[in-house]
Structure formats: C-alpha cells, structure tokens
Design a binder for this molecule. Sequence first.
Ligand code: SF4
Length: 63
Amino acid sequence: MKANVIEDLCIGCESCADICPDVFEMRDELAVCRFDEDIPEEFEDACREAAESCPVEAIEIEE
Ligand code: SF4
C-alpha cells in the first residue's frame, strides 16, 4: 500500500500526523508521507484511518 499527500489540498491541520505519526509527518506546515514506496504492513490500518480523517481528502491511498 502506498500513500501520498496532495500538497495543494493539505491545510496543515496535523490530524494525519497525530493519528499515524509512523507514516505522516509535518514539514513546513504541510503533511508528507515518510515512505516513497510501500508502507510497512503494521502501519496500514492507522494510515487508512488517517486518510479518512483528513478534512480535505488530501491523502491518496493506493492499495
Ligand atoms: S489530515 Fe489532511 S489536511 Fe490535515 S495535515 Fe494531514 S493531509 Fe493535511
């Protein structure tokens, strides 16, 4: 599974980084995914939860 933050949509609310800090971190007030390639399996559920929590649907998930 891969995740990507659409930079133009992110409003920097930090929700994803709070819910899933293993995958998302804040850089220059925007969220970024720590992994370019597949996310480790143990983080997948939290990553999906973070994507669902995003108020502007800025997190793309590729299964
Ligand atoms: S939850 Fe969405 S809007 Fe908030 S920081 Fe993460 S990607 Fe950006």
